[in-house]
Write a protein that binds this ligand. Structure first.
Ligand SMILES: Nc1ncnc2c1ncn2[C@@H]1O[C@H](COP(=O)(O)OP(=O)(O)OP(=O)(O)O)[C@@H](O)[C@H]1O
Ligand SMILES: [Mg+2]
Length: 484
């Protein structure tokens, strides 16, 4: 049963009709007192849809108080707030206080139904403590059963080629699979090279949208001036450089998934435009006045700390809540070393196969050596290292004495590691000197690696980013962080 709380009778009646037509049981209340009466006495309550103001006051205090009370009695029941565009900061306060989602008046019926269905579906698929709206679902908590869970990756990760058996990765995958069935926006965070894009693709492939487009947009590469034209498209002649019609990314992604990569790079002026399309699910093509509906699932990724950016006022808090209904965090590779053996085997197979090499294996010492490396570039860096090692080492001749497999030693990996100038010189961990290397902090190793690469490439940051296996955005942030 869904509870509608609004002091406006017309709204209560309209919403009741809409929800009943969609086969939901409905009760309605004209204010906080009547609402709490229902909350206390109806265990079948599934969701609360509530207005923020119940008297002439417009500060939303009553709404916030009611929200907090509902959360005390029924922490498991998602609350969707209704506010006007002008008072979206009220919704933001509500999200901080445990609301699940917010919708702006006047609403579009199909958007509203979509939000309601998502909230109820997530409540059913995720354990209730996870359902806490903006403060995000931590998918990296330990999962109970371990057992044969790596089998699950083999199946679940199947086509998408996600390899690993660490509890954190399995937990992220399990959550990803469950939320894939809904339309909820997902935010994927993690350092560069941890597999954010792979997870985004996985969510798309596991969803009902799998047979429609998966459209990737790198927001770091889109200037404010071109943002609308890129995202929403334009008609020929709508501005000076518009020589022909252009289809926007949202239109390309219609019915499918849009993957907004590097969302932390988006400038404030573009953030409000993105919020608008995500909030109302409508947009206009430049030079065309028709308003279009966007049926698009949104998955965002970043290696920036958006929470910190919200504090610093460089990222809009309302947009943060809009994209962050589900939060998946991919821990760095150094925190899930159990994945290294499987990943190494996988990358060796891949490289040997594509290069027509005889199949190699890594020795146990080699795996140990790899597990001692810091991998600031995470899985991407491991993959590059495996490839380099294979290509640098001499494969045994195919006619060599039978039974002799090709074993990659720790030395082989170490040579390839040091051959990369980034890791060369005094800062590289040596086999016998792992202790020495670990005397350096990860930060120091990272700083030295970047500095060496910048020098090598005479300050050409594109080449530096490429060599380090990180995005340019990530490189800029690191340069700033280390004061280089
Ligand atoms: N669990 C995994 N199993 C197999 N391959 C992986 C896994 N995670 C990442 N990779 C591989 O590592 C590389 C980097 O992954 P991906 O591009 O998804 O990272 P990212 O987090 O999006 O990085 P960035 O922040 O730099 O964009 C890709 O080649 C990807 O296929
Ligand atoms: Mg990426």
């Amino acid at each position: 049963m869904i509870l509608i709380v609004d002091d406006d009778k017309a709204i209560r009646v309209t919403l009741t009709l809409l929800l009943e037509r969609n086969n939901y049981g409905v009760m309605s209340a004209d204010g906080p007192t009547a609402a709490m009466e229902v909350v206390r006495n109806h265990p079948d309550l599934e969701l609360v849809l509530m207005d923020m103001n119940y008297t002439l006051a417009t500060d939303g205090e009553e709404g916030l108080t009611l929200l907090k009370q509902v959360k005390v009695f029924r922490p498991d029941v998602p609350v969707i707030l209704m506010t006007a565009w002008g008072t979206i900061d009220l919704a933001v306060q509500g999200m901080r206080n445990g609301a699940f989602d917010f919708i702006t008046k006047p609403w579009d019926n199909s958007v509203l139904m979509d939000r309601i269905e998502t909230a109820i579906a997530l409540r059913e698929t995720l354990p209730s403590p996870s359902l806490n709206g903006g403060s995000s679902i931590s998918a990296n908590e330990k999962t109970g059963k371990q057992g044969n869970r790596s089998l699950l990756v083999g199946m679940a990760g199947g086509g998408s080629g996600i390899i690993g058996r660490s509890p954190v990765l399995l937990s992220v995958l399990a959550t990803a699979q469950r939320v894939a069935q809904t339309n909820a926006p997902v935010l994927i965070t993690g350092e560069s090279g941890t597999g954010k894009e792979l997870i985004a693709q996985f969510i798309h492939e596991q969803s009902r949208r799998a047979d429609k487009a998966f459209v990737k947009v790198n927001l770091g590469g889109i200037s404010t001036a071109l943002f609308e034209s890129e995202m929403f498209g334009h008609k020929k002649g709508s501005f000076t450089d518009a020589k022909s019609d252009r289809t926007g990314r949202f239109e390309l992604a219609e019915g499918g998934t849009i993957f907004l990569d590097e969302i932390g790079e988006l400038e404030l002026a573009s953030q409000i435009k993105l919020l608008r399309v995500l909030q109302d699910q409508t947009y206009e093509v430049l030079g065309d006045s028709v308003t279009r509906r966007a049926d698009v699932r949104v998955v965002c990724a970043t290696n920036a700390d958006l929470g910190q950016m919200v504090n610093d006022k460089t990222f809009r808090e309302d947009l943060f809540y809009r994209i962050n209904l589900i939060h998946l965090h991919l821990p760095p590779l150094r925190e899930r070393q159990e994945d290294i053996p499987l990943l190494v085997e996988h990358f060796i197979h891949q490289t040997c196969f594509t290069n027509g090499l005889p199949l190699a294996t890594a020795s146990p010492e080699a795996i140990q050596y790899l597990q001692s490396l810091p991998f600031p570039g995470n899985i991407r860096e491991l993959k590059n290292l495996v490839e380099r090692t294979l290509l640098m080492s001499t494969a045994p001749s195919l006619t060599s004495p039978k039974g002799e497999g090709w074993i990659l030693s720790a030395m082989n990996f170490q040579e390839a590691y040091q051959q990369n100038p980034v890791n060369g010189g005094n800062h590289s961990p040596h086999l016998e000197g792992v202790g020495r290397a670990s005397a350096l902090t990860l930060e120091e190793i990272e700083r030295a690696s970047i500095a060496a690469s910048i020098e090598k490439h005479n300050g050409n940051l594109s080449l530096v980013a490429k060599e380090l296996g990180i995005s340019r955005g990530a490189l800029y942030r690191k340069i700033e962080k280390h004061g280089l």
